[in-house]
Write a protein that binds this ligand. Sequence first.
Ligand code: MTE
Ligand code: HPA
Ligand code: MOS
Length: 755
Amino acid sequence: MKTMKNIDSFTHVRGESLFVDDLILRQDALFGLCFDSPKAHGKIKSVDYSKAEALEGVAKIFTYKDVLGENQIGGIIQDEPLWAEDEVHFWGQPIAFIVAKTEAIAKKARALITIEIEDLPVITTAKDAKEKSSFINAPRSFKLGDATNTFLECDYVFEGETFSNGQEHLYLETQGCYAIPQENGTIKLISSTQGPTAVQKTVAKVLGIPMHKIEVDVIRLGGGFGGKEDQATPWAVMTAVAVQHLNCPVKYILNRHDDLRMTGKRHPYNSFYKIGLTKDLKIKAFEVEFLQNSGAAADLSPAIAERTLFHATNSYFIPNVSSTVFSCKTNLPPNTAFRGFGGPQGMFVIESAIADAADKIGVNKRHIQEVNLLAENDEFSYGQIATQVEAKNTWFTAKVKFDLEQLEQEVISFNKENKRHKKGVSLMPIAFGISFTNTQMNHARALIHIYQDGSVGVSTGAVEMGQSVNTKMLQVAQLVLGISASKIKLETTNTTRVANTSPSAASSTADLNGKAVEMACNSLIERLTKVASKVLQCDEIDISIDEDFVFVGGKRSSLSWEELINQAMVQRVALSENAHYATPIIHFDKTKEKGHPFAYHVYGTAITTVTVDCLRGTYEIDSVKIVHDFGKSMNLGIDLGQVEGGLAQGIGWMTMEEIAYGLDGRLLSNALSTYKVPDIFSAPKTIETIPLETEGNDMAIKKSKAVGEPPLMYGIGAYFAIQQAVKEFNPNYKLKFHSPFTPEKVLMGLYSKES
Ligand code: MTE
Ligand code: HPA
Ligand code: MOS
């Protein structure tokens, strides 16, 4: 297999790639640091900044009183101050911003600030919040058919409860921004954000100046994973406020501890399900209530809650569904976007419900999964009719290509022969909707310049965060323009070149921005074709461009790309183009909770095999075998990387990453010594991914389907494979759906006697 490498690989491995913290600073640059709440909930009685302000080298300490516009950074709901005013609502909530000559001085100053807070009751769990009617907004419900009455007709009905924990993004590059004053009160920000426009808009609002005075530039991110969709904004705004007052550059990079403490994570969910099946294992009804632990402010929680409802039935067709989600307000840092955006939390519940039913009926979970897979023209609970469905295709291809029968036989004999080690296998199908669930966000633009020497600069709204979107954009430009890759450069993402962008998120960045690049390049080619036809004196219809030359009737002419561009200059033809793409077809009516929100779905099936050490409670993931629907992948190397990375992240969420807050709302898992993420030793021993052979989808860029988030949900398979192994060892084990399935929980399960 030969595909184009990520265009950043050369500078990445040499350590030459630039991140915010690598930038050469202006001589007069100052350094910022947040003073944040040491309590999860309370009234601020007094703060004494005097000692800190008196420290040599401290320029100024900013609080809400220094905000000239609005002290408000809430996106969907205006419920989040930049800096706390009279009350604090989570441990780590920014209260002030110290700006000093060095980071060390700022740190010293922070230790000199004293604060008096009168305690208020702290809520840390969604269940507690619901009991106290502490919500972010009104609940949402999706309905299909009539679940309530259908349960009466079911042969089996089971009810249960699940919990899935949060997850730390752990982007390698922590949050940060460098803000530089320009002329006449304008400010340039170099931010590590997935949403440059969100930063621009919020800075303008808090500073009380128009958006055109703010320029946001993003070089690339050392990972975002959703954690920088909304939560890169506050740090950028703080540096901008400081620049507005001090008129010199200000840089703020969070250290890992501060980043872990102050930023939100994946939402923990407590969920309650009721599942009804017939004797032939068809799921006839499903009722589910999700309690989302949203944290202390809305952030993206309402949108994430919505996506949980969209994915509550995963890749199954269930004719009667009733699902409700509550965004519960707690005293944790506002939880936020994380790869999958609420989808994984929804899917964990339906998979748990199926596992529960299978266990109680006495069949293998996969039999229930298999007979309920989505088929062409099935209706999702939100009204979209499923088309180009690959649920069964990926499932059965996986079964055949990976010889599931043989695999299961091996597991059975292994379990017979071994007392202390047990193996488990699980199948995990996925169906993930592609598009921002908020229809109006599905648009993008590209600006392309062909310079007079024939080299090309491509600007889009896409943010490179390791997912290789820049490489894909380059490929699109190369394909349409018919020139070599070395002639094309991907520019930084900049709000003055490409404005009003949606964040790079929802796995849709390559589709949205790629379509815009394609449109812009097509317009340029149209113009250049006219130029070529004049120069070569032939019909436009016979002209094409390929391999850096103009072709006539399929034959290479002597007119090179460079000469063609030169001729275009002579003929005074425009060599720049801007294009706008908005996803067609999609729509959603929130008053009815019905519509067609997704351009298409991505499908796949993973087979996970694990071995549990029944003495220690530890486990190893032996293999994950995946059949994935890439459509017609435009870069299989990159796409396989996304599958493997997403899978590892999903396994981490399901098995080892354990966020812990104290009852007082303090983050206990506040370092990498207490928060374990997958490393090479805990990664699956083998990962095999077979691309499903399909036609692809026209709404995907070059028919190459979005790949960023869907594979994370394959990781859910690990939970159920471990569970099966535990059950093999301990037939008395009563199934629990409480992730992550850490070795401690496995050990307790292995020796539990309840039944
Ligand atoms: N891959 C890397 N290496 N780094 C990231 O930060 N983010 C993920 C996914 N893959 C991420 C990643 C998330 S949350 C999303 S939404 C998509 O990439 C965003 O990029 P795309 O829209 O281009 O797929
Ligand atoms: N995914 C990711 N980010 C988003 C979405 C979504 O569906 N909607 C709004 N922000
Ligand atoms: Mo991804 S969670 O949509 O940034």
